[in-house]
Write a protein that binds this ligand. Structure first.
Ligand SMILES: Nc1ncnc2c1ncn2[C@@H]1O[C@H](COP(=O)(O)OP(=O)(O)O)[C@@H](O)[C@H]1O
Ligand SMILES: [Mg+2]
Length: 350
């Protein structure tokens, strides 16, 4: 869909001072964002950071308490209908009708968005083909795997060919192969000129897809940059060491300070050393420990992860539900994530 209301160089999405409270919970605490045309913007944050709230405001499902947001120059609060016609939304909570087939689901969206049948029928087939679902097109969606459902959901968001696409944790809970399939599909969409705002908990996903990443936590933007810029703040490589006792960890920490930035994990025995360059730093860490006769129980060399970025930026770990219960350091106002967003029926009804 062409859009006469927005000229070439304006940001496609502009968010200024967005605030949203749910009772006592501050879900968004003054967020600013700009998404440029034809780019992927990644909103990266742990559970409860405010990602879905931001997406729901931008997709006109929810209204903000304060601040201002435009999509393609259109104010989301003043002209929600015009925004809705120009956007697609897909995400973690796939909005497909379980009892309809894949093909029926896509055709239904075409009907609901008032496309002529001569348009949506071939378009449904084309999307099924594009997303590798032709073989399953005439099976009820309830027989689909998780990855197939997400692809169908994404297809449903694209039936009306929106120039702007919102993807709320599109691959959370998927196995690596399905995640990869979806990444390829998203990259193809971007290559065709779609502007994408994507939320994710995975640094790897933001890394792979996003041109620019905003890290949010507790409803605030705490960092922004490209993936290489964010990772550079972490050091190129991390050596993770687990000592037998907290006392040994304290000793090791003292010895390792000159080698790189050392952070201790909450268990008191695990240290993370951010080293600038791979091989050299690893040898330095090993040598320093050896010289002090401090033999670790475990010694791992790895790339920085989202957890590391968070630990560095916020002093606490990301906390996926069902994962390790985090002893809260006590100084962080974000309430524990608990269940993610309460199940919504409106979410997919765009
Ligand atoms: N409808 C709601 N009612 C009450 N609290 C909510 C609602 N939606 C979100 N929240 C709370 O707002 C905060 C941000 O949630 P959300 O935007 O869903 O985060 P994310 O998508 O990053 O996990 C969380 O503390 C969450 O529990
Ligand atoms: Mg969410």
């Amino acid at each position: 869909m062409t859009n006469p209301m927005s000229s070439g160089s304006d940001p496609v999405i502009r968010v200024e001072g967005l605030v949203k409270h749910f009772g006592d919970v501050v879900a968004l605490d003054g967020i600013d964002l700009q998404v440029e045309r034809g780019t992927v913007f990644g909103l990266l944050g742990p559970n409860g950071a405010g990602k879905t709230t931001a997406v729901r405001i931008l997709t006109t499902i929810l209204s903000a308490d304060a601040g201002h947001a435009t999509v393609l120059g259109i104010d989301v609060a003043r002209d929600p209908q015009a925004v809705r016609e120009r956007i697609g939304l897909a995400g973690q909570y796939a909005a497909v009708d379980e009892n309809l087939t894949g093909r029926e689901n896509l055709r239904l969206i075409g009907q609901l968005t008032h496309l002529p049948k001569s348009t949506y029928v071939p378009r449904a087939d084309q999307l099924l083909e594009q997303f590798g679902l032709t073989h399953a097109a005439d099976r009820p969606a309830r027989t689909y795997s998780g990855g197939m459902r997400r692809r169908l959901d994404l297809g449903a968001a694209l039936v009306h060919r929106p120039p702007v696409l919102f993807l709320d944790e599109p691959t959370t809970g998927l196995d690596p192969a399905s995640r990869n399939d979806l990444w390829v599909v998203i990259q193809e969409l971007v290559a065709d000129g779609t502007t994408v705002l994507l939320t994710t908990q995975y640094l790897e996903e933001a890394d792979r897809l996003a041109d620019l990443i905003a890290v949010i936590d507790g409803g605030k933007k705490i960092a922004q940059g490209t993936a290489p810029e964010l990772k550079a703040t972490m050091g190129a490589t991390i050596v993770e060491i687990t000592m037998a006792t907290p006392e040994a960890a304290v000793q090791a920490r003292g010895r390792l300070q000159p080698v790189g930035v050392v952070e201790a994990d909450y268990d008191g025995r695990t240290l993370r050393v951010n080293i600038g360059e791979g091989a050299r730093g690893v040898l330095d860490v090993a040598r320093v420990l050896e010289e002090a006769d401090l033999v670790p129980d475990a010694f791992t060399v790895r790339e920085p992860t989202l957890d590391d970025v968070f630990l560095q930026l916020t002093g606490h770990r990301t906390d996926e539900p069902g994962d390790h219960p985090t002893p809260d350091p006590g100084d962080h106002p974000t309430p524990d994530a608990g269940p993610d967003v309460p199940a919504t029926s409106e979410e997919g009804a765009a």
